[in-house]
Design a protein around this ligand. Structure first.
Ligand SMILES: [Zn+2]
Length: 420
């Protein structure tokens, strides 16, 4: 609330001092209170935690990310703001989504890549996201007091009585934190329009943007999962957007589609689709507490692709539920090895390690996890383990951080803080 008041105060000041800047994409005058440096700094700061909250980087096939970044940089080089520190990453999420943070920090989910046919459709996605950054849409939203929902607060993960309780519930808490940009409808249309111009400047076939919108319309008509609801709430697909892109494409020169290089780049991902399907079924079985089925599905996913952190993590969670703790620990070892840069397997291994009295390693795991994404569960148990080895100073520090997150774990942390 005070932040909104502060923004309102800034808006009043700006009304006198002038907060108008020329939009680098449209050339029109825009109201903005956020400087270009602030914008870039904000994007830099939020980029890594935003990735962590949405599955982390997709690393099973590292060549895919290199390819996506190449296509993205090609488009950024012909944008209206070529000097932004653009970066393009693939996230390990099934949700067919893509987003851009201010300053040119872009992400696309593997769940969207498998819906696309060629590089021109990919260029339509990335061109659209580049416009959000280049046209300072994030800065506009912030200036209008519509703060973007990208706070890197501790992710609340409820806990019962023990570390094991946190472990059991962590799975439920994760994934619900997905961040979505809140750009206006006007921003979306502007991104479609100028994104197509970037596509054409980079030599791509503009029909790719028409097909992309058709893919979105089809997905929104046949959607089943609730994760898609939140996605389409922030990216409303419509026949109007299809038609607008069609009109625009009709007046543009034809270009390349690069279907073969695109299909080569996503080949591994496509081969792994049955494995991800088994994983999803396993997650559902876990939720239904059908542990033997969940374990079967996790094993079947691993048999198809042994290098996916999510599959090993699921196996570890299920085994821990069955009280097969040492086997679970081995599965978490594999999960961490498959992607050491993802907070969640480190968190699970740390929580289970503490149960198994591997205190030193558990503390290291939890600290590593906390650095990647500050969660309440990690901070509470870092405090707990620090206290166990007599380090009251560190314990106080982490209990205080946990307490600020509120909730049950926050209360527990506060009580222990009071005892200290
Ligand atoms: Zn958009």
């Amino acid at each position: 609330m005070s932040q909104i008041k502060f923004l309102f105060f800034l808006a009043l000041c700006a009304a006198f001092l002038g907060g108008c800047v020329t939009n680098p994409v449209t050339g029109k005058s825009d109201f903005s209170l956020v400087s270009a440096q602030e914008e870039v700094a904000m994007g830099q700061k939020q980029y890594r935690p935003s990735q962590q909250q949405q599955g982390g980087r997709y690393v099973t096939d590292p060549n895919l990310n290199a390819y996506i970044n190449r296509v993205g940089q090609k488009l950024a080089a012909v944008s209206d703001r070529v000097h932004l520190p653009y970066e393009f990453v693939v996230l390990n999420s099934d949700v067919p989504n893509a987003w851009a943070l201010p300053g040119g920090k872009v992400a696309i989910n593997r769940g969207l890549l498998v819906k696309l046919q060629d590089e021109s459709q990919l260029a339509a996605v990335l061109g659209h996201e580049i416009v959000h950054a280049a046209a300072r849409h994030g800065a506009q939203q912030m200036s209008q007091g519509m703060l973007m929902n990208v706070g890197v607060q501790a992710v609340g993960i409820a806990s019962r009585n023990s570390g094991y309780g946190a472990l059991a519930n962590a799975g439920a808490g994760l994934g619900a934190q997905a961040w979505t940009a809140q750009y206006s409808q006007g921003n979306e249309l502007e991104s479609d329009k100028y994104g197509m111009q970037y596509m054409v400047r980079a030599g791509y076939e503009p029909e790719g943007a028409v097909e992309l919108q058709k893919v979105f319309v089809t997905m929104s008509e046949s959607r089943q999962s609730s994760s898609l609801d939140t996605f389409f709430a922030s990216h409303p697909p419509s026949q109007a957007r299809v038609l607008a892109n069609q009109r625009m494409a009709a007046s543009m020169p034809h270009g390349v589609r690069n279907k073969a290089p695109f299909q080569r780049a996503i080949a591994q991902l496509k081969r792994d689709q049955p494995a991800y399907q088994a994983y999803q079924e396993g997650r559902k079985a876990l939720k239904d507490k059908n542990y033997s089925l969940a374990l079967n599905k996790a094993n079947s996913a691993i048999k198809k692709q042994s290098n996916e952190t999510l599959f090993w993590q699921l196996k570890g969670i299920v085994l821990a539920q069955q009280n097969k703790n040492s086997e679970a620990f081995k599965a978490f070892n594999k999960a961490v090895a498959a992607n050491p840069e993802y907070f969640s397997p480190l968190l699970y291994r740390g929580l289970l390690g503490r149960e198994l009295k591997k205190n030193r390693q558990a503390e290291q795991d939890l600290i590593a996890s906390y650095k990647l994404l500050p969660t309440q569960a990690a901070s509470y148990y870092i405090g707990d383990l620090a206290l166990a080895r007599g380090d009251r100073h560190t314990a106080k520090n982490y209990f205080a951080r946990t307490a600020r997150g509120g909730g049950k774990l926050g209360q527990k942390a506060q009580a222990r803080l009071n005892n200290l």
